[in-house]
Ligand binder design. Structure first.
Ligand code: GDP
Ligand code: MG
Length: 163
């Protein structure tokens, strides 16, 4: 079975940047993959010879707050349903936000393995924001720079050793 890894997080945390870094085929053909939703971005990727599927959940991101909260919750629930592991991305440049806390709450209900991923660690001031993310109660975060590729390897190692 191909493992499915979903990328979850509020808009602008770097989900698509991370998706593009992980995947080789940006728009996987999902017609043959039963149980997966069509209107999202799937891509295939490989880690140490194992093929897996990456889901970018950020396809639908309305501007206004009401719609956004509902959309994020729906996307998160969908990710929980179809993923074997969830990378929950947060943004070290912006720090912890109320939206992050909302998503964390949704994820905790889901019972799927969650990897808290603090992205944009290359940004100025990022290290100072790091302690805040422990408040999400999701353990020690994995620190990455999706833009530069730093930290991705240890994260994937952890995910695949648990799968
Ligand atoms: P999404 O809305 O979660 O899909 O986020 P995007 O992937 O579209 O990225 C949002 C913005 O953050 C873009 O301007 C990216 O260039 C920037 N970004 C993404 N990853 C990184 C990173 O690792 N470091 C920095 N400094 N910027 C990043
Ligand atoms: Mg995106």
């Amino acid at each position: 079975m191909t493992a499915v890894i979903a990328l979850v997080g509020r808009p602008n945390v770097g989900k698509s940047t991370f998706f593009n870094r992980l995947t080789r085929t940006r728009e996987a053909l999902v017609a043959d993959l039963p149980g997966l939703t069509r209107d999202r971005h799937y891509g295939t990727a490989q880690f140490e010879g194992r093929q897996y599927l990456v889901v970018d959940t950020g396809g639908f991101e309305p501007e206004e707050r009401e719609g956004l909260v509902a959309a994020m919750a729906a996307q998160t629930r969908l990710a929980i349903t179809e993923a074997d592991a969830i990378c929950f991305l947060v943004d070290a440049k912006e720090g912890l936000s109320a939206q992050d806390a909302e998503i964390a709450q949704e994820l905790r209900r889901g019972g799927k393995p969650i990897y808290l991923v603090v992205n944009k660690m290359d940004a100025k001031g990022a290290v100072g924001e790091l302690p805040e993310f422990y408040r999400l109660g999701l353990g020690t975060p994995y620190t990455i720079s999706a833009a530069h590729g730093h930290g991705v390897e240890p994260l994937l190692e952890a995910i695949f050793s648990d799968l």
